[in-house]
Design a protein around this ligand. Structure first.
Ligand code: ADP
Ligand code: ADP
Length: 229
């Protein structure tokens, strides 16, 4: 039942004037397959650090990350990440950006098969009519839709969202929350979403993980607040 398990995760940064600084000090979390967990907590409490370690983009000082029964080491398409900034390749259209994800998962598919997949993922995020737009021609919300499509195209076991709507106005934000929830209802991807917006946390998640603030604090208290999505 524990599809994603984060066990005693620690991140310590070297400190020239004393002991290493532990910015994450024993984070534990177990997530069932298909569940969406919101991670909330004050700015600086270590949310991004946890997420980047789960993604394999930041070295783990100690602890383990288990996905589908196996310890994961380093990054991989099994854990797709969406950051606050869309991070699209500026010289490629939305089609080309999503194609990057599709190629990674289907290196041997034919050109026609890949094109169908890219079109499918772009239509999932409501961009069927913007396949050939370049990032500079799109609003921030549209760019983030492409980023989401590219992440979903990796067919990840775990989706990691770090303040994915942080830069967007509140109406665009609400649209994109529904885009993500629509995709997760169809694809049932186990998801961690960092947010500092409690309304967003409640709206998006099955459970909320609250990290307590400050280096040295014990973190990863999971609040089981019953609510309907
Ligand atoms: P959050 O995502 O909750 O806002 P972060 O994970 O970004 O918090 O940061 C947690 C703490 O780790 C902060 O105090 C931050 O200053 C510190 N930190 C982040 N990256 C580094 C680094 N490369 N070196 C030293 N400290 C860092
Ligand atoms: P065509 O094959 O007629 O040039 P496509 O529909 O294949 O048109 O491509 C449209 C856009 O997608 C272009 O911007 C192209 O650079 C980009 N693109 C197409 N295929 C790929 C690919 N395999 N990888 C990255 N970008 C691609």
């Amino acid at each position: 039942d524990r599809y994603l398990e984060i066990i005693n995760l620690v991140k310590a940064y070297p400190n020239p004037t004393g002991d290493p600084i532990r910015v994450v000090d024993g984070f534990n979390l177990a997530v069932k397959q298909g569940d969406v967990i919101s991670v909330i907590g004050h700015s600086g409490c270590g949310k991004s650090t946890v997420l980047s370690m789960v993604a394999g983009l930041n070295d783990i000082t100690s602890g383990n990350v288990i996905v589908d029964g196996r310890e994961v080491v380093g990054s991989g398409p099994d854990r797709a990440v969406v950051f606050q900034a869309p991070c699209l390749l500026p010289w490629m259209s939305s089609f080309g950006n999503v194609m990057l994800g599709v190629k990674r998962v289907y290196p041997h598919a034919t050109k026609a098969e890949r094109r169908d997949l890219v079109e499918y993922y772009l239509s999932l995020v409501g961009l069927a009519d913007a396949m050939h737009k370049m990032p500079r021609e799109m609003s921030g919300g549209m760019q983030q839709r492409v980023g989401i499509a590219r992440a979903i195209a990796l067919q990840p076991k775990v989706l990691l969202l770090d303040e994915p709507f942080g830069r967007l106005d509140s109406l665009t934000r609400m649209d994109l929350q529904d885009v993500i929830l629509g995709i997760l209802d169809r694809e049932r991807i186990t998801t961690l979403v960092i947010t500092h917006d409690v309304d967003e946390a409640v709206y998006m998640a099955d459970r909320i993980c609250m990290m307590t603030n400050g280096p040295g604090a014990r973190v990863g208290q999971v609040l089981d607040i019953p609510f309907e999505r």
